[in-house]
Design a protein around this ligand. Structure first.
Ligand code: NAD
Length: 323
């Protein structure tokens, strides 16, 4: 059985659905601080804070858990700059608590949600896994510290881990059972689609003077179910005796903010009002992944290879969302 922390959140809930559809047993642990009860569907759920070691002990004693997939974290870059204490506590200290509980109960398979934010400003693109890691905010630093910690726990205690560095997660379950719902929403595609749906008046484009073809930032969008598939493959790898490893998860293709807005106009057929705003500090012009290693070593085959399909699934969710 797989323990999924943060399984009521956006990416975690899609992973839970993915594992259950392939017949695997999961247990979700989430405090619902940012997630949604409805996102878990009918998977078993323990509502608890990750920092509670006694609850973790009870969970590991009560269920036949052999692996943990750890999504629970705080993930707002601007908030991490104004409240770094929260990021070191939630993302680093709580991960220590979780790993210690795993070791107490002899659970040694661990898949971790890392981020392209661990790289900082790109030295070259597309970025592969050996690109230098110089995070430029406490969020990225908190994920980098966890990666170092996992390496040390592997050497010292035989923890087998896979750290997955996601680029920009996007899209939703094509049947709209679950989807993306952050509060406040900070991700580009749902913000644009909320503007298309009339839920917000306009979309702000932060900076149109970047050294990119249309002046707006370029990012790499990857469908949330393709991320889910990669977690499944990562877990299979270590459960089958494979070594600990790190993989980028991205599409390998960059899209500018203006391009994404145009795709959203085409998919929705709606008018989308754009408001040009100043650049935000800490936004690199281009972030694009090389995900060749995940394809070669995990056999990862993303199913959503174009941005229109990703936006179409997100738009369907926006029109049918329950939370
Ligand atoms: N969304 C992205 O594009 C993206 C990109 C790179 C990395 N990530 C990472 O992926 C993971 C999931 O991101 P998401 O977008 O699904 O976030 P999310 O906020 O939707 O989900 C996080 C979940 O963790 C739960 N949680 C938070 N703190 C907890 C605690 N102390 N105890 C128990 N539960 C707790 C929340 O209630 C929520 O359900 C995070 O680790 C994030 O850093 C996300």
């Amino acid at each position: 059985m797989i323990l999924v922390t943060g399984g009521a959140g956006y990416i975690g809930s899609h992973y839970v659905l993915y594992e259950r559809l392939r017949g695997n047993e999961v247990l979700v642990l989430d405090d619902l601080s940012l997630g949604h009860r409805d996102a878990v569907l009918d998977a078993p759920l323990v509502i608890a804070d990750l920092s509670d070691a006694a609850v973790l002990d009870a969970v590991f004693r009560s269920y036949p858990i052999d692996a943990v997939v750890h999504f629970a974290a705080l993930a707002s870059v601007p908030e991490s700059v104004t409240h770094p204490d929260r990021y070191y506590r939630h993302n680093v200290a709580h991960t220590v608590t979780l790993l210690e509980a795993m070791l107490r109960h002899d659970v040694r398979f661990f898949v971790f949600s890392s981020s392209c934010a661990t790289y900082g400003d790109p030295v070259y693109t597309p970025m592969d896994e050996v690109h230098p890691q110089n995070p430029i905010n406490p969020y990225g630093e908190s994920k980098r510290v966890c990666e170092r910690m996992m390496e040390a726990f592997d050497s010292a205690y035989g923890l087998r881990y896979v750290s997955l560095r996601y680029f920009n997660a996007a899209g939703a379950d094509p049947d709209s059972r679950i989807g993306e719902s952050h509060s406040p929403e900070s991700h580009l595609i749902p913000i644009i689609l909320q503007a298309a749906a009339g839920v917000r008046p306009s979309v702000s484009v932060y900076g149109s003077d970047y050294p990119t073809p249309d002046g707006t930032c370029i990012r790499d969008y990857i469908h949330v179910l393709d991320l889910a598939q990669a977690h499944g493959l990562a877990l299979d790898r270590i459960r089958n005796g494979g070594a600990s490893a790190v993989f980028n998860l991205g599409s390998g293709t960059g899209h500018s903010v203006r391009e994404v807005i145009d795709v959203c106009r085409k998919v929705t057929g709606r008018t989308i009002t754009v408001h040009e705003a100043d650049r935000r500090p800490g936004d690199p012009p281009v972030l694009v992944a090389s995900a060749a290693k995940a394809r070669d070593e995990l056999g990862w085959r993303p199913a959503y290879t174009n941005i229109e399909d990703i936006v179409t699934s997100a738009w369907r969710w926006q029109q049918n969302r329950r939370y």
